[in-house]
Design a protein around this ligand. Structure first.
Ligand code: FAD
Ligand code: NAD
Length: 473
């Protein structure tokens, strides 16, 4: 049987937030584009198995928590009845609506969408295999590799998706285990741990380093940790899981910390110990693309790989593995292919952990500054002084700015508190626009809102803010 031959100016392998943003931009710039993905519609991990389903469930978790916290204000609710089938159906409906919308956008833009897998035969030829097994050869001028990432595993702990889950298995919420062990105190462990704790699981988080969210500023993590420890059964730091063994009553886990080794039994385990780039099965060996020592495709700030016909973006092209970073890189790759002088050179990529409270940061962190031995001025506005935080019953939050002590320039920001993920956008703009403390302080922020915490953190560069006064400063 002869293979079908097709031609396209730009092929994009992978339809996640990196790949579809690249394909849409390339089509908008008038290029002939083919997007290939294994799902019926674009969306990638983010829409099908990541950002969107987890945030839908986290919204439910927030609602459940609020019905409990309101008891302090004299409002009590009966314990909730949770219909897991309807909850799952709602979450899947959100995903279907978004991914279906992306399919429509592909058709509206006139780009070719292939539902299947693609691999390089050489730098300018791809072989695409559709779901029904048909194989075609695609001659291309340029390919953008946007194949994303997949969960890392721990040697000796096999994810079986019945009792030992990865994030994909956990998001299907087949049931609410009585005792859930979460291995990994990073983004996924804390977000999905929050979901299961709100649904009723007794959640234990085990993290091998001395703190949750390694790398993030400790004062922000402290705010988060002191809140979530009320909801999680236990947070075990500096602890390693050595082995897991299914038994009659669950899975027996051997845990080692500085005091020794002990065993505990759980009904399910969520393994959330990081993600690794998808570079296998793409035929990269038939190109001159190179990988770095962590397995990411090596790219420059125009998303060019070491093969002139191949670009790479998103999770497969390096940290941070975040959807918005992938999308922005995708747009740069499309513009560069169209001949524009674009480059991916952000001063601030926001990071948000959608726990309760949310934690968000961007630009230079205090920990980065310490590591780099860089002189900075840090201002902190505790939310206990925010009227809005008080009305929400959430005064434990913190907003901080990292500033250049000489020029007042805002270099970074960190926030921990409800809504931090929305608040951080202002700080990203401030860093990108090279704003100084007085720019933020003189910008009139609406009252009473949590956004005022940003303004007051900036006011504090001068020593005090309207609601914070420290004698002698
Ligand atoms: P992906 O989204 O991984 O998409 C890659 C696509 O390529 C997939 O559809 C895959 O099937 C396809 N593919 C791979 N190989 C081939 C091939 N050979 N042929 C055809 N198709 C192929 N990030 C955030 O910014 N915010 C969040 O709130 C957030 N929450 C998350 C929650 C979870 C549980 C997880 C797992 C991740 C989360 N992330 C979040 C991370 C985010 O999902 C990723 O950073 C983002 O999806 C990366 O986008 P991408 O385009 O690089 O790749
Ligand atoms: P992560 O890197 O955020 O956290 C993994 C954690 O597991 C780390 O704290 C690490 O020290 C710990 N760990 C590693 N090996 C361990 C072991 N053997 N025992 C105990 N702890 C161990 O990874 P993740 O939570 O799997 O998430 C993967 C990536 O997905 C994130 O880095 C992020 O880029 C992305 N993500 C983003 C969001 C968001 O933006 N809100 C949400 C989910 C995922």
């Amino acid at each position: 049987m002869t293979r079908q031959q097709k031609k396209t100016k730009v092929a994009v392998i992978g339809g996640g937030p990196g790949g579809y943003a690249a394909a849409f931009k390339a089509a908008d710039l008038g290029l002939d584009v083919t997007l290939i993905d294994r799902e019926a519609n674009p969306g990638g991990v983010c829409l099908y198995r990541g950002c969107i389903p987890s945030k839908a469930l986290l919204h439910v978790a927030k609602l459940l928590r609020e019905t409990q916290e309101s008891a302090a204000w004299g409002i009590t609710f009966k314990p909730p009845e949770i219909d897991l089938d309807r909850l799952r159906g709602w979450k899947e409906g959100v995903v279907d609506r978004l991914t279906g919308g992306l399919g429509q956008l592909c058709r509206a833009r006139g780009l070719q969408y292939i539902h299947g897998s693609a691999a390089f035969r050489d730098s300018k030829t791809l072989s695409a295999t559709t779901e029904d097994g048909k194989v075609s050869d695609l001659t291309v001028d340029y390919t953008i590799v946007a194949t994303g990432s997949n969960p890392t595993t721990i040697p000796g702990i096999d994810v079986d998706n019945k009792r030992i889950l990865d994030s994909t298995g956990a998001l299907t919420i087949d049931d609410v285990p009585k005792r859930l062990l979460v291995i990994g105190g990073g983004y996924i462990g804390l977000e999905l741990g929050t979901v299961y704790a709100a649904l009723g699981s007794d959640v234990t988080v085990v993290e091998m380093t001395p703190g949750l969210l390694p790398g993030a500023d400790r004062d922000l993590v402290k705010v988060l940790e002191s809140h979530i420890e009320n909801h999680f059964g236990a947070i075990l730091l500096n602890t390693r899981v050595d082995s897991v063994k299914p038994n009659k009553s669950g899975i027996e886990v051997s845990l080692t910390d500085s005091t020794g080794t002990r065993t505990a039994t759980y009904d399910k385990i969520l393994v959330a110990v990081g993600r690794r780039p998808n570079t296998k099965d793409v035929g990269l060996e038939h190109t001159s693309v190179t990988l770095d020592d962590r397995g990411f495709i090596t790219v420059d700030n125009q998303a060019r790989t070491s093969d002139p016909a191949v670009f790479a973006i998103g999770d497969v092209a390096g940290e941070p593995m975040l959807a918005h970073k992938a999308s922005h890189e995708g747009i740069v790759a499309a513009e560069v292919i169209a001949g524009h002088k674009s480059a991916f050179t952000p001063n601030a990529i926001p990071a948000v952990v959608f726990t309760d409270p949310e934690m968000a940061w961007c630009g230079l962190s205090e920990s980065d500054a310490e590591r780099e031995n860089r002189k900075v001025r840090v201002t902190r506005f505790p939310w206990a002084a925010s009227g809005r935080a008080l009305t929400l019953g959430r005064t434990d939050g913190l907003t901080k700015l990292i500033l250049d002590p000489d020029t007042e320039r805002i270099l970074g920001c960190g926030i921990c508190g409800p809504g931090a993920g929305e608040l951080i956008a202002e700080a990203v703009l401030a860093v990108e626009m090279a704003a100084v403390a007085s720019d933020l302080a003189l910008t009139i922020h609406p009252h009473p809102t949590l956004s005022e915490t940003m303004m007051e953190s900036a006011e504090m560069f001068a020593g005090a803010s309207t609601h914070i006064f420290r004698p002698g400063k």
